[in-house]
Design a protein around this ligand. Structure first.
Ligand code: PEP
Ligand code: MN
Length: 339
């Protein structure tokens, strides 16, 4: 349930509603918008009587949210949410934020060459996996903490923010010390203890859609992070599993406008994992931006043939530079700007 305060409700009136929520044993999630404060009331399955709040001073109206996700819904937070990073880059603002880098951090040389190339064409956020959730236990699993240190060192030299995946709740504090954005991978979308841990980490989170998860399940997973008090969550469409085998996964392009309708969280598209093929990354990235994505996650490798993971989908820096030019045109065509 959502309590919508009057436009000129006083701080005391807001506090009065918060007290009532707490005294009933529910949790209050206030959100102060530019015009009015909205208070999300989250509890157990008990029905909350709206009369308990309607009569309080300063309350305009009480709205029941029918979606299973509450804090993630546009009803609760109508305005687009914007995540601002320490280097000033924004996810969810007027610019489409392109996050790029290798699938995995392999070495200082590899990371530096790739990061310099993407930074030179306007990228502000470096991606790279230090902890890799691989389908096979025999595949390269990432450099772990050493990879995090390399990401930090290389990113700092270029004034880039870092987005990197965290795979276990125990690693969250370590990864949060080195990265501006914590990524929860598709294989962990429904790992609820990990979602709670990233919710407590005080860092923005990019939550990827599970290979077989519905949009509704993705938003309920985002709700876990939001319910911990972390409002900085973006959701990522990275392809789902279908009967189609010509690509690695199938990008559910519908999910982009569907998500934009249901939630005000920023929406990211990952054309690299969705297609698994470097030649398809560009067109699908453009489609994502045309459909309304706020950001892209793109795999780039200074030397794609030598990549230790996901080599077939890695763009060479020259291909990536050409893509950035096309993306800027698409972004402008749909009323956005590109990084
Ligand atoms: C990744 O982005 O490095 C990754 C492993 O992606 P996903 O979780 O979408 O498979
Ligand atoms: Mn990858």
């Amino acid at each position: 349930m959502i309590v919508i305060m009057e436009a000129h409700a006083s701080d005391e009136e807001v506090a009065g509603v918060l007290d009532r929520v707490e005294s009933l044993g529910f949790r209050a999630h206030p959100s102060a918008g530019s015009e009015r404060t909205v208070i999300g009331v989250i509890g157990d399955e008990r029905p909350v009587e709206s009369e308990l709040f309607e009569a309080l001073p300063g309350v305009e109206r009480v709205v029941r949210v029918l979606h299973p996700f509450k804090l993630a819904s546009r009803d609760f937070h109508p305005a687009d949410r914007v995540i601002t990073l320490p280097n000033g880059a924004q996810l969810g603002g007027p610019k489409v934020l392109v996050m790029a880098g290798p699938c995995a951090v392999e070495s200082r040389e590899q990371l530096k060459a790739t990061a310099e190339a993407v930074a030179a064409v306007g990228v502000r956020v470096l991606r790279g996996g230090a902890f890799k959730p691989r389908t096979s236990p025999y595949s390269f699993q990432g450099l772990g903490e050493k990879g995090l240190l390399l990401l930090r060192e290389v990113a700092d030299d270029l004034d880039l923010a870092v987005v990197t995946e965290v795979v276990t709740p125990e690693d969250v504090p370590l990864v949060a010390r080195h990265a501006e954005i914590l990524q929860v991978g598709a294989r962990n979308m429904a790992n609820y203890s990990l979602l709670r841990a990233v919710g407590d980490a005080g860092r923005p989170v990019i939550l990827k859609r599970g290979l077989g998860a519905t949009v509704d399940e993705l938003l309920q997973a985002a709700e876990y992070v939001l319910a911990q008090g972390n409002p900085s969550v973006a959701v990522c469409e990275r392809g789902i599993r279908t009967f189609e085998t010509s690509t690695r996964f199938t990008l559910d392009i519908n999910a982009v406008p569907v998500l934009k309708h249901l939630t005000s969280l920023p929406v990211v598209v990952d054309p690299s994992h969705a297609t698994g093929r470097a030649d398809l990354v560009g067109p699908v990235a453009c489609a994502g931006v045309a459909a309304g994505a706020d950001g892209l996650l793109v795999e780039v490798h200074a030397n794609p043939q030598e990549a230790r993971s996901d080599a077939a989908q890695a763009l060479h820096p020259d291909q990536f530079a050409a893509l950035m030019i096309r993306l800027a045109r698409v972004a402008v065509a749909v009323g956005r700007q590109s990084a």
